[in-house]
Design a protein around this ligand. Sequence first.
Ligand code: UD1
Ligand code: MG
Length: 516
Amino acid sequence: MSARTCLAIVLAAGEGTRMLSPRPKVLHAVAGRSLLGHVLAALRAAGGTQTAVVVGPDHEAVAAEARAELPGAQIFVQAERRGTAHAVLAARAAIEGRAAERESARGRRGRLKGPALAARPAGSPARAGAAERESARGRRGHLKGPALAARPAGSPTRAGADDILVIFGDTPLIRPQTLQSLRSALADGAAVAVIGFRPADSTGYGRLLTQGAELVGIVEHADASDRERAITLCNGGLMAFAGRTALDILDRIGCDNRKREFYLTDAVAIARDMKLRAVALEVTEDEVSGINTKAQLASAEAIMQQRLRQAALEAGVTLVAPETVHFAADTRLGKDVTVEPYVVFGPGVVVEDGATIRSFSHLQGAYVGKGAIVGPFARLRPGATLQEGVHIGNFVEVKEALIEAGAKANHLSYIGDARVGAGANVGAGTITCNYDGVAKHRTDIGKGAFIGSNSALVAPVRIGDGAYVGSGSVITDDVPPDALALGRARQVVKEGWVKRLRGLKSLGKRAAQASD
Ligand code: UD1
Ligand code: MG
């Protein structure tokens, strides 16, 4: 991309009532990452953008997610939900290029008194003052004039970015290339660029009104005539504005429509009135479909999984039955990794070259070293770190544990809060007893140690390098290097004991028959 600067404004103030969930809509997950996280990841991948995220009042969790996914993101609160243009203008300070300065002046947070509808930094009181409410009411309904103005129209905005992107926080399938192509349209001289698509069912979407290659207007479904509703090219919701004229256009948007909302879509007709050029770029439906319901969330998941499987195959991963493997958006698989059917990757998994993940394994927050073998039926939980050549077999659970090179735990074990030294062998049924009901404790197993089957290692405990633990032991004390520890009752053999028992039984039977 050119040296043009860019500000992306992500709208995430919606309630998402149709999700039927107390969780804010943009925090629902696709491939283990929030919807908002996907949008911010696309922005990160597209590169070169500053980002402002507009959240609703009381949406501190959304703000926290934005900061976690993109630490430089500036947060703005839209105190009242009055439409997409109103939401964009909540980030007015960022559009004017003031926000970066404000963010760096952390101490000033919350003390800024903005004009009625201007940006209010996160953390400041959500309630508008009476005077502010009054002035907001006074402006309502004026289609012409500075409907949302907090700045005299026409004043310079040059401190702001060259390109302004507006993205909805609930469109997780957006691709970085699409963001780039919108910016290219601005670089080619458009003042407004809009993403269009042709949905199977266009109910509810804004319709794009075109004349040849030019976009002349957008009419919302609720306001459209029958003839306009027959138009198949719809507004995907993603838009770009040339920074030079963005505020002049946005400040002219009014709310003279059926819903009495400030529609961002009015920007197109206003730009035309100002003799500026607007264009539409068409993409596939997948990319812009917004998530409003749990069913749409599931469809987006299916599309995302398809993309992730395809990317893995193209990167040289062997997926024996790709359609059965579930990835997280951040799963990283090395060269020539093999993933057998029915494997689930939660967030935070890295698998190095040549490793094999066998069927029915579940991995989350785990690192699998080169050539390691995991599963079938293995569970790797957060903090499981497997070095090169490790074998973790069936029904073995590993959590917060370092398994050093070449160590093996092949059957039916729990290894938690532990280190297993290089080349050690953990026998079937071994359990690290890490929890005493109050706190967690560590188990340390030395290099080349051998833990006999069905042993319980009661933490905190250390097994020295090369030591042996006899099968069935309960180990409560440290074992020195190269020692054998037996923590079980000594075996007792009673010769002929069963024979005597049988003899007693048959005597009893005969006595019973005699008394009948
Ligand atoms: C919008 C478009 C419509 C387009 C459709 C694509 C407008 C006026 N209409 O309609 O042309 O076809 O998206 O999906 O833009 N939001 C806020 N604050 C508000 C209102 C909305 O942050 O006050 C956010 C929502 O959280 C959401 C996004 O803006 O992320 C879009 O709002 P929504 O109400 O879903 O708009 P649509 O009616 O779907
Ligand atoms: Mg919508």
